[in-house]
Ligand binder design. Structure first.
Ligand SMILES: [Zn+2]
Length: 54
């Protein structure tokens, strides 16, 4: 049972709690994004969750 999809390997950072996680961990359907951290309800790609360019 994979926890991460093979697509969506871009890293995102949560502006609310500061955690960093792969894009695939923050969305199930590629449309609605939310922070995977427990107790953090930040949502929205490009809003609370911002892509990290490296
Ligand atoms: Zn968060």
């Amino acid at each position: 049972m994979p926890q991460l999809r093979t697509k969506g390997r871009e890293m995102l950072r949560c502006r609310r709690c500061g955690s960093v996680f792969p894009e695939g961990k923050a969305t199930r359907d590629g449309w609605r994004y939310e922070c995977p951290e427990d107790g953090c309800d930040a949502t929205g790609l490009g809003e609370a969750l911002i892509p990290i360019d490296d």
